[in-house]
Design a protein around this ligand. Structure first.
Ligand code: CO
Length: 294
């Protein structure tokens, strides 16, 4: 009697164990179905005109990579806060990555729609890498590089932009405004870019809002070349706040005001780099290079 009770108990335990193991295998052993997404990451904008440019990038991305989930994130906390006050909630890259993970995406490609691999890019790169290390999350997460990531990129962008100056005569100068930074070594890319412009055309220069190349360094060069007319062009993804105020605004410290005071005729070209599909294609080529690893 005692013996058969023991046998029954053992049988029940064995059955329970078998059920537990097979259930466990079904739930955990199966590979998650592949789900791929693209996360477009930009500094951001609160300018409705500039937002239209992002909408065009969105279109071009979806057409280039049909069937893939496409989402957006803004790196600028200031812009996200401003938009949030208007009831427009935009994710930071970290929030967007968390949502993608929560939604079961297995492969995520981030595209840095920034101009240089500066502070925002490096933060993005580091945090994407950390998300990639989380258990039970993505199988693969990679970050595609920003616009000016090689000498070839710089040459291509300079060539495209120099062909987009409407009505320019060879005697007119072209002044590009980059953002620039004093806090990141990638500011040197603007010095390299200035060299690239100079090789294409000795009357084409680049200066920056916050980097080493200030407008003051360009004034003697314009004087030396006896320039009369200057085209003012943003070298930023969108013609937003910096382009409308610091470059072509009416305040006394804008480039337009400073140049006008120095006797130059100014002609603003209020288009950002992302306004040109050829340049968006370059960004998407960076993205394609990353997607090839998936
Ligand atoms: Co700025």
């Amino acid at each position: 009697m005692k013996n058969s009770k023991q046998k029954l108990f053992l049988l029940v335990v064995l059955l329970a164990l078998t059920c537990w193991i097979s259930e466990g295998l079904a739930a955990h052993g199966e590979k998650k179905p592949e789900k791929k997404a693209i996360l477009l990451v930009t500094f951001g904008t609160s300018d409705p005109e500039a937002q239209k440019v992002f909408d065009k990038i969105d279109d071009q991305t979806r057409k280039s990579f049909p069937g893939m989930e496409v989402r957006w994130a803004f790196t600028s906390k200031m812009i996200r806060a401003k938009l949030a006050r208007e009831g427009n909630l935009l994710d930071s890259p970290e929030m967007a990555m968390a949502r993608l993970m929560n939604d079961g995406f297995t492969h995520v490609a981030l595209l840095s729609l920034h101009t240089i691999p500066g502070e925002e890019f490096h933060e993005l790169y580091q945090n994407a890498h950390l998300f990639g290390q989380m258990a039970g999350g993505f199988e693969k997460i990679e970050v595609a590089r920003p616009l000016l990531s090689s000498s070839r990129d710089m040459e291509k962008v300079a060539e495209i932009l120099m062909n987009k100056i409407p009505g320019r005569k060879p005697s007119d100068a072209v002044l590009f405004m980059g953002h620039g930074t004093e806090n990141h070594p990638a500011d040197a890319i603007y010095l390299a870019m200035n060299q690239v412009f100079q090789e294409i055309d000795p009357r084409a220069f680049i200066g920056t809002v916050e980097g080493k190349l200030k407008i003051e360094t360009l004034l003697p060069k314009l004087k030396h070349l006896k320039i009369k007319k200057v085209y003012l062009v943003p070298l930023m993804s969108v013609a937003g706040d910096h382009a409308k105020n610091d470059l072509t605004g009416d305040e006394p410290d804008s480039w337009k005001s400073i140049l006008t005071q120095n006797g130059y005729q100014c002609e603003p070209v209020l288009k950002g780099t992302a306004d040109y599909p050829e340049i968006v294609t370059m960004w998407l080529d960076h993205l394609r290079a990353v997607l090839a690893h998936f």
